[in-house]
Design a protein around this ligand. Structure first.
Ligand code: DX5
Ligand code: ZN
Length: 324
């Protein structure tokens, strides 16, 4: 390769005669029959050949670079909570077409959200309770604030995308079977409500054909999920909540990055998801800390060009991830 570089430099800088001579001399040492061919080469031929060889060299080195694998791959998961629910199938297709890897589906139960909001958002709590009372007076029981298994089942008929289901419910075990049948791909439950039975829960999730994940709220210490990652039947993803569960469009909590950092240091190949307030202004912090699965609702659906946000999120994760 050094020889070709020399040819290029000679042809460009020193000039035609030297370039031709170098090529001829090298060829003659190897095989005499190439000598006459080499002699007849003109300056522009030397430059052309050298450029071609450079192209070959750069193609080879870029394929070597690409063959270096990222330890964990980026998964960009638009949160369908921010989509137009009346057009869920079309919204799902739009996101996949724009480059989404997963679709994040929030399954929320009122009690799960209210318990946590009680201290911080009393107004919101009273609104939610009033709305629940309204529904109860109406004669309807409303277990889910947002999406449930029937919606997953309907959506599954329209998409083959990975449905990354985040269950903000107090009784995840009750949902495993129906979510599996409905076509959920990932089933992420909260550690706060599964302290006693997580081993059984993880096994059931796997048996139902889904990928188990565990989530933790902002107030939950990261150490609480370690046993679940190291268990005999381990979870395959940890979701670090970067807002209080309940709503899209909240402010990202940078202090949660300590949890992500601790997890990444301990488990280099684990899928670590962040959820809440992720977008162009916060992705750097999350990616640097080691998150590779990025949930983004309002920043994607609220953008004039959601595809650009998706690709920006992916690039940030790719840049921050070490390769093997
Ligand atoms: C919050 C949900 C999130 C939410 C994220 O409880 O778990 O998935 O949709 O929305 P943004 O990205 O708008 O914060
Ligand atoms: Zn979520």
């Amino acid at each position: 390769m050094i020889f070709y570089w020399r040819c290029l430099v000679e042809a460009l800088v020193i000039g035609r005669a030297t370039g031709r001579f170098s090529l001829f001399r090298r060829r003659r040492r190897n095989k005499t029959r190439f000598a006459s061919l080499s002699l007849s080469l003109q300056n522009r031929d030397v430059v052309g050949i050298a450029l071609l060889l450079l192209l070959v060299q750069s193609t080879i080195s870029s394929s070597i670079r690409n063959s270096r694998k990222m330890v964990v791959s980026p998964k960009i998961a638009p949160s369908m909570l921010s989509s137009d629910f009346a057009n869920l199938a079309a919204e799902a297709k739009r996101m996949v077409d724009l480059g989404a890897d997963w679709l994040h589906m929030d399954i929320m139960k009122l009690s799960f959200v209210v318990i946590d909001l009680y201290d911080t958002e009393p107004f919101l709590v009273s609104y939610l309770l009033t709305s629940l009372l309204f529904h109860l007076q109406d004669g309807h029981f409303v277990p889910n604030l947002t999406i449930g298994a029937p919606v997953i089942e309907s959506l599954r008929k329209h998409t083959s995308a990975y449905l990354d289901c985040h269950l903000m419910v107090t009784n995840p075990m009750d949902y495993v079977e129906q979510m599996g049948k409905a076509g959920a791909s990932g089933f992420t439950f909260h550690v706060e409500v599964a302290k006693e039975n997580w081993q059984e829960l993880v096994s059931k999730i796997k048996s139902a054909g889904m990928r188990p994940g565990v989530a933790l709220k902002p107030g939950t210490p990261v150490e609480e999920v370690y046993p679940l990652v190291e268990g005999e039947t381990p979870v395959e993803m940890v979701l670090v909540m970067t807002v209080e569960p309940g709503f899209g469009g909240q402010k990202f909590m940078p202090s949660m990055m300590d949890k992500v950092r601790a997890l990444r240091q301990k488990y280099p190949t684990l899928d670590i998801e962040v959820d809440g307030g992720l977008g162009p202004s916060t992705i750097e912090a999350a990616a640097e800390a080691g998150a590779n699965c990025i949930v983004a609702g309002s920043s994607v659906f609220g953008a004039p060009e959601p595809g650009k946000v998706i690709s920006l999120l992916r690039t940030s994760v790719e840049k921050a991830q070490p390769t093997t």
